[in-house]
Ligand binder design. Sequence first.
Ligand code: GDP
Length: 543
Amino acid sequence: MTAPTVEDAAHLADEVARRRTFAIISHPDAGKTTLTEKLLLYGGAVREAGAVRAQKAARHATSDWLELEKQRGISVSSSALHFEFAGHRVNILDTPGHRDFSEDTYRTLMAADSAVMLIDAARGVEAQTRKLAEVCRLRRIPIFTFVNKMDRHGRDPFEIMAEIEEVLGMDSIPMNWPVGAGSDFRGIYDRLGRKLILFSGGKHGTHRVDEETIEGEVGDPALVEAMGTFARDVKDGLELLEGAGADLDRERVARGDQTPMFFGSALTNFGVRPFLDAYLARAPSPTPRQSAGVPIDPVKHPFSGFVFKIQANMDPDHRDRVAFLRICSGQFVRGRNTIHLRSGKTIRLANSTLLMGKDRAEVEEAFAGDVVGLFDPGIYRIGDTLSDEPGIVYAGIPIFAPEAFMRVEVAGVEKRKALEKGIEQLVQEGVVQLFREPTGGSASWILGAMGPLQFDVMQHRLKSEYGVDLKLGKLPYTIARWPLAGFDPEDFRYSERIKVVRDRDDRWALLGHTSWDFDRLRDRNDTLVLSETPDPTLFERSL
Ligand code: GDP
């Protein structure tokens, strides 16, 4: 390989600096699909109304295990969407909405540089949002908050701020303040830009919305007049905010202690563009990631990245598997060789696709911050590093505690090989987690997932790809914990409420009926340290 020229290096630095890679975290129905669609409209990535939904529908129509999605009206798969806006390259890591697939979302967050937390103004911080925000905070991913559905009667903005503080332990710093609410939601006052933006004419399905901007302080006669009956409320609200003295602090945002907050309505498109502008200006471009304690600079190091997701059979015309790679440093060039660190093999980046909904386009080049889909002949595992430099190894992707468990019931011997192979493969893809009882072969396998739909996908895929019927027996456990200290398997020999198992990497794990079982355990043995993830240092090591 020839050494990069000065122009190449400058080009790479520019490309990296203009990238923004994020995931939207929200509870189902908060409006993620609607907001994503509006953002794509701004980027010109989709031209017509309903294109994201239409693509979802097209995927449903052509895909086979995704038939399941259609039957259940849910979205299982996720991919990366991208568009250009105002000189930025925006990568949205799409995540499945259903809670049963939240493990997939957790993994996707490992590939993001920031997150947009979407909150329904009437519902506030909901359960799934809370969990996802916790993962962001562990990974120290800055969170930007968009309070959606302001066109409906919702909660008072101060109430939402208080809830974010109480539930998530973050200070929210409103970047703008709503003028009116519900059917009277008229606009926003931009606190930093010192201007009033009034919206009109927004309609679902277009990104056209009329904006009238009036610069000045809230007390200025022109603004007071334009805000009409809302002028008093807005002034009072802003004065309260000023009084609270919470200013935006980049460092605190980066640490996840503060979240810049925006108000709007994805449906009517009020406030989406001001949000996008402010977000792009403040969100981080790809930052260094750690490899064994060494920060890998996205610009100075050669090509490297890690696999955060593996997805099979997205399209029955291409019965294949795609490994999604988050590029962490350097430039990806199709056809070049690189090293697959776990196996030590040199591989050619020949079949790479950039995914935009269901359309596949070959990528010729991509830069740190981007996500590329690589054709996977079965060599990749979630967390694998690819790198031109042999010394780079990313920490991997944490495993999260499953909440539903099933026993694998092996019927006959004739299909056992296929069954074992299928399960191994699908576990490798992260479809479900595998545990084993300390003694015994596949007859002692236990599958763990976030919810029943993951098992359905598992059964569906084993049938269609491996021709085996997977029989599962329900187990009463709802919680898994990994002992980090003070653990002796002998103590559990006669335990009826807690099952001792080995995880896929042969570490001890405990399955309990409820969290109460673990609370009681800790009361009895105060040296016992239990963790929700087998390797909590992974978060620190990846920072
Ligand atoms: P997702 O489950 O988070 O992807 O949510 P969707 O984008 O599918 O939205 C859920 C429902 O909320 C749909 O009926 C949307 O039309 C509606 N919705 C989304 N954004 C808004 C909004 O800003 N205002 C109102 N009134 N409804 C919205």
